[in-house]
Design a protein around this ligand. Structure first.
Ligand SMILES: NC(=O)c1ccc[n+]([C@@H]2O[C@H](COP(=O)([O-])OP(=O)(O)OC[C@H]3O[C@@H](n4cnc5c(N)ncnc54)[C@H](O)[C@@H]3O)[C@@H](O)[C@H]2O)c1
Length: 251
């Protein structure tokens, strides 16, 4: 899909990878709905999109609320008159020790990192199928392809996003909707910075370095532009750059 003149909705657009996606799509000429719970960060992204030469609006959206997701998608139509690209990117890390967690924080991780992606995709498909199609990009993680001993619930949620996305490859044929996922490795954003400098250094050593969000965002642009990709899982790592996870053979 050529990006110029399209409308893109990006959840988690107030920070990190989401902001980089907003700016990368804006530089290609897309108008952007920046959706997030963080209003200050969201308005800053809107300003940066303006600086990048395009237009954006901020839409407050908690992705765990279906009515907010509906409003997020409607914002694209009401402000810009189309809905072409939806990036389900909002996500949270897993902070509690699963076995000591009395607060069931793990349910929140699944709600934001998996259930909301399913809900937003469902709603976006319903909106796009009557408008001739579109592209949906889900931000998963390398943690959805590999075990994460310290973050098992996050890993489970992201693995869910990966296989959910793979399972929707057929929508390219039925409704001209391409659903793809991106799996970044360790990326320099506020989400990982909250772990502290020392932990960041440890993980960076383990995985060969730390990615910049702009490099991940370029992968999203590729996935939007390449009409041959549907149900594709793009990996983004320091050692391997951007490549694709192998398609699995059925049985
Ligand atoms: N940073 C990494 O190393 C890394 C690696 C792989 C995947 N990811 C994924 O990339 C995505 C973006 O993460 P990031 O690293 O840019 O983190 P970030 O914390 O910088 O950005 C996440 C954004 O999501 C928003 N958000 C959180 N909960 C929300 C909710 N309920 N509704 C709406 N918005 C909400 C936050 O306000 C924030 O603006 C996430 O899905 C994350 O899991 C990150």
């Amino acid at each position: 899909m050529e990006i110029a003149g399209r409308t893109a909705v990006v959840s988690g657009g107030a920070s990190g990878i989401g902001r980089a996606i907003c700016l990368a799509l804006a530089r290609k000429g897309a108008r952007i709905v920046v959706a997030d719970i963080d209003e200050a960060g969201g308005h800053e992204t809107v300003r940066l999109v303006g600086e990048a030469g395009s237009q954006a609006v901020f839409q407050r959206c908690d992705v765990t609320r279906s009515e907010d997701l509906v409003a997020m998608l409607e914002a694209a139509l009401s402000h810009f008159g189309s809905l072409d690209i939806v990036c389900n990117n909002a996500g949270i890390g897993e902070r509690q020790d699963l076995f000591e967690d009395e607060t069931r924080e793990f349910e929140r991780v699944v709600a934001v990192d998996l259930t909301a992606v399913i809900d937003a995709t469902r709603l976006a498909v319903r909106a796009m199928r009557t408008r001739g199609g579109g592209v949906i990009i889900n931000t998963a993680s390398m943690g959805g392809l590999l075990p994460m001993p310290n973050n098992p619930v996050y890993a489970a949620a992201k693995a869910g996003v990966v296989n959910f996305t793979r399972s929707l490859a057929h929508l390219a044929e039925t409704w001209n909707i391409r659903v793809n996922a991106i799996c970044p490795s360790f990326t320099d954003t506020p989400l990982v910075r909250q772990a502290g400098e020392e932990r960041m250094r440890e993980v960076a050593q383990l995985v060969g370095g730390i990615l910049q969000p702009e490099f991940v965002a370029e992968g999203v642009v590729e996935l939007v532009e390449d009409d041959s990709r549907a149900g594709a899982i793009m990996r983004v790592t320091v050692r391997g750059g951007r490549d694709f996870a192998k398609e699995l053979r059925p049985y």
